[in-house]
Design a protein around this ligand. Structure first.
Ligand SMILES: NC(=O)c1ccc[n+]([C@@H]2O[C@H](COP(=O)([O-])OP(=O)(O)OC[C@H]3O[C@@H](n4cnc5c(N)ncnc54)[C@H](OP(=O)(O)O)[C@@H]3O)[C@@H](O)[C@H]2O)c1
Length: 263
């Protein structure tokens, strides 16, 4: 199947490792001109070089903190100078700390909202005008299964992801007449450093071992295993494709069946 992604300009935010990195790889394999960003220079440039050497396609890397509107604005301006536009935007960021309500103060919620919800809003506002001009765009906002089924011990994530779902759905209605789709992707438990860190926090809290953490999760997933970053990348790449143009306003869980509800 030709996904129609070749030569599209794709900005994948927060993409030097984990899910963002796999998504950048996925889009580059389809021939997109991919732009990646993160804060740590060394890991970012290594990822850029890894992608280019495997796919043979051009990849640009920008050091940028996605919570900082000024830095996002400068990055987007440089992409426009270089490539003329942006066709595909994947809004991603790091994950907020794990913990229960009593462990956090209101300022922790503000930081979590800045990291996930506000970074998504900032990226969309910077990129939307260019998509509107060309009457074509694909926006994919990365959230989590916690947007659909709150996860114990992840109250910051549960709170901020719900906001992204509401923002994505509202924006999808407004941008549909302009040929721009807006969807969110809700990863389940995926084999990444982030989940490894959650496993270590579980052990540190005295609830069980790292091994217990993984075996509890595997039991709760009908497919019986964690996902891979590539499995998330496949879903995002499809939503970014020409053929996915009639899909908008969806929050797609990619979770091995973890979510127990109907929607
Ligand atoms: N892994 C999972 O199973 C899973 C499941 C559901 C949802 N999620 C969510 O999906 C997102 C990505 O998860 P992941 O597992 O890929 O995380 P990860 O392995 O920790 O990678 C996060 C990436 O984002 C970059 N980053 C973090 N904060 C940033 C910022 N403020 N500005 C720019 N770049 C930033 C990091 O690089 P720098 O640190 O160098 O900036 C890194 O490249 C997170 O929000 C996570 O909560 C993950």
């Amino acid at each position: 199947m030709d996904l129609g992604i070749k030569d599209r300009v794709a900005l994948v935010a927060a993409s030097s490792k984990g899910l963002g990195r796999a998504i950048a790889f996925g889009l580059s394999r389809e021939g997109a001109k991919v732009v990646i960003c993160a804060r740590n220079r060394e890991r970012l440039f290594k990822t850029r070089d890894d992608i280019t050497s495997e796919t043979g396609h051009e990849v640009k890397a920008f050091i940028a903190d996605v919570t900082d509107r000024e830095q996002v604005n400068q990055m987007v301006e440089r992409i426009i100078d270089e490539f003329g536009t942006i066709h595909i935007l994947v809004c991603n960021a790091g994950g907020p700390r794990s913990g229960m309500a009593e462990e956090f103060s209101p300022s922790d919620y503000r930081a979590a909202l800045d990291l996930n919800l506000m970074s998504t809003i900032i990226l969309c506002y910077e990129v939307m005008p260019h998509m509107k001009k060309q009457k074509w765009g694909r926006i994919i906002n990365m959230t989590s299964i916690s947007a659909k089924q709150p996860i114990d011990n992840l109250i910051l994530s549960n709170t901020s992801r719900a906001g992204i779902t509401g923002f994505s759905k509202s924006l999808s209605n407004q941008l549909a007449p302009l040929g721009i789709s807006v969807n969110s992707v809700c990863p389940g438990y995926i084999n990444t450093e982030r989940v490894d860190n959650l496993a270590k926090s579980f052990e540190a809290s005295g609830e069980g071992t790292v091994k217990d953490f993984y075996s509890n999760i595997e039991k709760a997933i009908p497919l019986g295993k964690l996902g891979t970053p590539e499995e998330i990348a496949h879903a995002v790449t499809f939503l970014a494709s020409e053929g996915a143009g009639y899909i908008t306003g969806v929050a797609l869980q990619v979770d091995g069946g973890f979510i127990k509800g109907l929607y």
